[in-house]
Design a binder for this molecule. Structure first.
Ligand code: GGG
Length: 357
């Protein structure tokens, strides 16, 4: 069976890590006899915006909807296009129109990687962040009044629906059921944000009744972030709203050494539309063009895509290759964010060789 994959490298280091993600996927496909067909698209980046006045062509939905997955790099180049325009013009359109309501972000401390947290070893940090991905704080509902005057007012609403909350909670509880510790932690701020967040808590309580085998914790986001740093070993599956999930899934990987290795899957669980796989990191204009970006977030995202297609052995093999290279911690191979002097290419070469072995 051929899997058709739309490739959108996007901006900045997306252009540099994407070829390495594809090389790793091709190596895995070769080894496991998988048929992956890649089609490259040059829209969804800020240069496309400068040329066309928009991030995507009118018919982007038609062009992409029949692919089996989208493999995405990064978006944003604030010197060219304001960040909210580039993000809303591309990635957030994909998540919404393709109903990718789960953003799954694994967070694992791997051998050979130095955690900034004291005395943490592999196994101490190993959890998933499940981020609600289509509503919540990421709404463009609101507006400005008295613009340009001293009475200027800006309003932006958070949008939460029972349907939207329940479906992400269901996914998170089912994921927790498959994990050895069977533990779910929910992030809110229901003392301060007194309508939407207590409602989220109510839905957690209601949903928890269906999963008596899963133990459930609820935290306010402020103390939860503190506990990510102080007690990362407490967590197994952490579920949160769009904004809180976004923050936690940058903090989590930072606790595992570098956000450069963090992968993510934007999933439409029903399979009605393509799911999208992308590193958690953004376009990093500060290091773009230098050949030093860590390719692991992109490669690991490729592994998540193979798992999504049902190729668990191939996905595990890719992740094992990443782990084997990191465990060696060769300073000439690993990138700067990992404490080495290597480049995108040296790290990618080592991982691709390990996949081929
Ligand atoms: N590779 C993902 C990417 O480019 N992220 C940029 C970003 O700011 N994303 C925000 C989000 O995930 O909501």
């Amino acid at each position: 069976m051929t899997h058709r994959i739309a490739v959108i490298a996007g901006d900045g280091i997306g252009q540099e890590v994407m070829p390495e993600g594809l090389r790793a996927l091709e190596a895995a496909a070769n080894r496991f006899k998988l048929d992956l067909a890649f089609t490259h698209f040059d829209f969804g980046n800020c240069d496309y915006y400068l040329a066309h006045g928009k991030m995507l062509p009118e018919d982007w939905f038609e062009q992409l909807k029949d692919f089996d997955a989208i493999f995405f790099g990064a978006v944003g180049w604030p010197e060219k296009v304001p960040d909210h325009i580039s993000l809303w013009g591309s990635l957030l359109q994909f998540r919404r129109r393709f109903d990718q309501y789960i953003n799954l972000r694994p967070c694992r401390l791997m051998a050979g990687v130095k955690s900034p947290l004291a005395n943490r070893k592999p196994g101490d940090v190993d959890f998933y962040v499940v981020r609600e991905n289509t509503e919540g704080e990421y709404s463009s509902v609101g507006g400005k009044m008295y613009e340009g005057t001293e009475r200027e007012i800006v309003i932006q609403e958070t949008v939460m629906s029972r349907f939207g909350i329940d479906r992400v909670l269901k996914y998170a509880f089912e994921l927790a059921q498959k994990r050895p510790r069977r533990k779910l932690t929910s992030a809110t701020k229901s003392n301060g944000i007194a309508i939407t967040m207590p409602y989220w808590d109510e839905r957690v309580d209601a949903m928890a009744k269906n999963y008596p085998d899963v133990s459930t914790d609820k935290y306010h986001i402020d103390i939860l972030t503190a506990n990510f740093v102080l007690h990362p070993d407490w967590f197994d599956v952490v579920v949160g709203s769009n904004l809180f999930g976004d923050i936690l899934s940058d903090l989590g990987p930072a606790c595992t050494g570098t956000i450069g290795i963090a992968p993510s899957a934007n999933i439409n669980p029903e399979g009605t539309f393509p799911s999208l796989f992308e590193p958690v990191h953004g376009s990093a204009p500060d290091i773009a063009g230098k050949g030093v970006a860590n390719p692991i977030g992109q490669i690991w995202s490729g592994a998540m895509m193979l798992e999504h297609f049902g190729y668990k052995a191939a996905a595990d093999h890719m992740v094992n290759a990443i782990e084997a290279v990191l465990a060696q911690a060769n300073p000439l191979v690993i990138t700067r964010d990992l404490g080495g002097q290597g480049t995108t290419l040296t790290l990618s070469d080592a991982i691709v060789s390990a996949i081929c072995r």
